[in-house]
Design a protein around this ligand. Structure first.
Ligand code: 5RP
Length: 242
C-alpha cells in the first residue's frame, strides 16, 4: 500500500538521521542546527531517541523557531544560540524540511514562516541536509509554491513595489485564528510571491536580498544540501551524499 504524506515525512526523517549517524556526519559532541515544520519535527524526535539510548552524547542544538525550541525543551535536547561561545556562529550540520526542491537542490523554504532563522542556521552549517516527501520534488521553482519574503512592517509597500518590478505577484500572508497578518518569530510580516514563469533561483535570491526593507527571502541556493526524498513506495532517494 502506498505511504501517506505523513508516513513519508516520518520515513525520510528517520532514514536521514540514521544514515547521517552511520556516515559519521551526525556524531557525539557536535553542534547541530534543527529546522522547523512537520518533517523536521520527526527528525528532532529521532535525534532525541539516539541521545536517550546513548548513541549520541553532548549534542549542542541551535533551533530555527519557537516550534523547534519547544520540541527540544520537551525532549531534553540542550539549546544554544548561534552567538553562544560554545557555538561561535558555526555548526557542523543543519537538517530541515523544504517546500520545494529542484534538480539542482535549490529550495523554497518558509512555508512555516521560519526561513530567516533557518537561513542563518543553514548557511552557517558545514553540511546542510534537506528532508522532504515526494510532493516537494519539482522541476522548476517560482510558479507554484509561493516564495516567502520576510519584510519590516514599515517597508511593506516599497518592498512590494520592488518585488513587482522583479515580476512577482505578492500576497500578504494572513494569520489563521488571528486577525491580520502573520507576525513571524522575529516580529516581521511575510509577502508570499509567485511568478508567471520559472525563476533563476540564485539570481532572484541575490536581487530580493538587495531590496531595502527585506529581512530575508525563502530561496536557498547558496549552500547546496544533501537531499533525502521519500517516495510513496517506501524508498528514499538520496542526492549529493558522498
Ligand atoms: C518552515 C519551513 C519548512 O521546513 C517547510 O515549510 C516544510 O514544512 P513541512 O515539512 O511541514 O512540509 O521552511 O519555515
Amino acid at each position: 500500500m502506498a505511504l501517506s504524506q505523513s508516513e513519508q515525512k516520518i520515513l525520510v526523517a528517520n532514514t536521514a538521521i540514521d544514515t547521517l549517524i552511520e556516515k559519521g556526519l551526525i556524531f557525539s559532541g557536535m553542534k547541530i542546527g534543527l529546522g522547523t515544520g512537520s518533517t523536521a519535527m520527526p527528525a528532532v524526535k529521532r535525534l532525541a531517541e539516539h541521545i536517550k539510548d546513548g548513541t549520541l552524547k553532548d549534542i549542542k542544538a541551535v533551533v530555527t523557531s519557537f516550534q523547534t525550541q519547544n520540541a527540544c525543551q520537551d525532549y531534553g535536547i540542550p539549546v544554544y544560540s548561534m552567538n553562544d561561545r560554545a557555538i561561535g556562529g558555526k555548526l557542523d550540520l543543519a537538517i530541515d524540511g523544504a517546500d520545494e526542491v529542484d534538480p539542482e537542490c535549490s529550495c523554497i523554504k518558509g512555508g512555516g514562516a521560519a526561513h530567516v532563522r533557518e537561513k542563518i542556521v543553514e548557511y552557517n552549517a558545514k553540511v546542510f541536509v534537506v528532508i522532504a516527501d515526494s510532493s516537494k520534488s519539482v522541476k522548476t521553482i517560482g510558479t507554484k509554491f509561493p516564495v516567502p519574503v520576510e519584510v519590516i512592517a514599515e517597508a511593506r509597500i516599497p518592498v512590494e513595489n520592488a518585488l513587482n518590478e522583479l515580476g512577482a505577484v505578492c500576497v500578504l500572508r494572513e494569520g489563521v485564528r488571528k486577525c491580520g497578518p502573520v507576525i513571524t518569530d522575529n516580529g516581521n510580516q511575510i509577502l508570499d510571491c509567485t511568478w508567471k514563469t520559472p525563476i533563476n533561483v540564485a539570481e532572484m535570491e541575490t536581487k530580493i536580498d538587495e531590496i531595502c526593507g527585506v529581512v530575508e527571502v525563502g530561496l536557498f541556493s547558496k549552500n547546496k544540501p544533501i537531499v533525502f526524498i521519500s517516495k510513496e513506495d517506501g524508498s528514499v532517494e538520496i542526492r549529493n551524499l558522498k
